[in-house]
Ligand binder design. Structure first.
Ligand code: SOE
Length: 385
């Protein structure tokens, strides 16, 4: 019989559900060295927590994360919470020798991120930061194509992460719109993913220039109980100040000589969760759009001159990372699958005593870029990393 790894999850909303699904599905579709057990779910409100735990098959519940971490039967702490709650839990979990699966963005600032990384390293626990999009087959295949030299020297990275869930001024002031809980707006929430992908596919950055803006300065206060999957209701007519930016535009230089741009917004009407990137190199180009996440567009300068043009790669063949564990070629996969792939690689890393990317060191590097962006937008100066 395979070894079991007991998971304790903290958080039971959007990411709690996405992670629960991943812990359950991973051993069904992948042959992994240990079986994750959905041991205990933790949250503050017993009634909704119990409902969540029963629905997803978590064996037990805890309403205090400190108690969850103190339990000797828990091997992994899964932090499926907003970023203002990561630091204390990650530090305590690492000190207790638990492996950590943490939602992005890593932390509120680089000081916290440095400490989180240090304590994980001191306690030799496996730490993973869930930038799930790296493990989309099409994106993982893009990385392989770049490594195989098919794009050549990269000149341009062009990325836009666009959503539209707060265009309506009556959308309430949820935790994502307050500096004390979110640190920043799309710069943290969305550009953290985009910067992770840029690090993964292009490389480290040298300088950052950034412009941020705020379109709606005040919103009705939120009824906290109603805050769900990017939806929420207001609690009445009382208004509160929006203390994060609504959109961020970054321009960067990479250490390898490439240049890049990042656009992150929650004000792009009609764009629900559109993370798109374009990479232009000396031998060819690649483009990706999360709203068509099974596809990659590839242009090769080495094709016959008359035949040249962007072609669509449907990343569902056995040769595409992770794809052969799911369905026959052409039977597409979705948003939740990358979370499953993350769990698979995380369990392999724990059992193989190796690290997994992105980890807290990658998270720290990302936070430094995001911070440099905010600094640049405030000072109107380019910032060197
Ligand atoms: C909200 O903008 C959000 O849920 C992000 O927080 C996630 O990381 C992203 O994957 C989808 O959008």
């Amino acid at each position: 019989m395979k070894k079991h790894l007991n998971v304790g999850i903290v958080g039971y909303k959007f990411m709690g559900r996405a992670h629960s699904n991943a812990w359950k599905k991973a051993p069904l579709f992948f042959d992994i060295p240990a079986i994750p057990v959905l041991k205990a779910a933790c949250g503050r409100h017993q009634e909704s927590l119990t409902e969540f735990a029963e629905n997803w098959g978590w064996e037990e519940t805890e309403t205090d994360w400190r108690k969850l971490i103190a339990r000797p039967d828990i091997d992994i702490i899964d932090i499926a919470l907003p970023q203002d709650l990561h630091y204390d839990i990650a530090i305590a979990a690492a000190r207790a020798g638990k492996h950590i699966f943490c939602e992005k963005p890593l932390s509120m600032n680089s000081r916290q991120a440095e400490e989180m990384l240090k304590v994980c390293e001191e306690n030799k626990v496996t730490h993973y930061l869930n930038h799930n999009y790296r493990r989309t087959p099409a994106v993982a295949y893009a990385k392989k194509m770049i490594e195989a030299g098919k794009i050549g020297r990269i000149f341009h990275w062009r990325c836009a992460y666009q959503q539209d869930w707060i265009v309506d001024p009556s959308f309430p002031l949820t935790w994502q719109l307050k500096k004390e809980t979110a640190q920043a707006g799309p710069q943290w929430d969305l550009n953290s993913h985009a910067v992770d992908l840029a690090h993964f596919l292009v490389g480290d950055m040298a300088t950052v220039s950034c412009l941020t803006t705020n379109f709606i300065k005040e919103r009705p206060l939120a009824d906290e109980a109603s805050v769900g999957n990017l939806s929420a209701q207001s609690s009445g007519t009382e208004m509160g100040e929006v203390t994060v930016e609504d959109a961020a535009l970054m321009m960067v230089t990479f250490k390898n000589g490439a240049i890049g741009s990042f656009e992150a917004t929650r004000f792009a009407s009609g764009r629900k969760n559109r993370l798109s990137f374009e990479i232009y190199g000396s031998k060819g180009s690649l483009t990706f759009d999360l709203e068509r996440m099974n596809e990659l567009q590839y242009f090769s300068r080495e094709d016959e001159n008359g035949d040249q043009g962007f072609r669509t790669i449907l990343a569902t063949e056995a040769v595409h990372p992770y794809a052969n564990h799911w369905w026959p070629a052409g039977h597409i996969i979705g948003y939740e699958h990358a979370f499953v792939h993350s769990v698979v690689d995380f369990v392999k890393a724990i059992e193989g005593n190796t690290s997994i990317k992105p980890d807290f060191s990658d998270g720290l590097k990302i936070i430094k870029v995001l911070e440099a962006g905010i600094q640049s937008s405030e000072t109107k100066q380019q910032v060197s990393l």
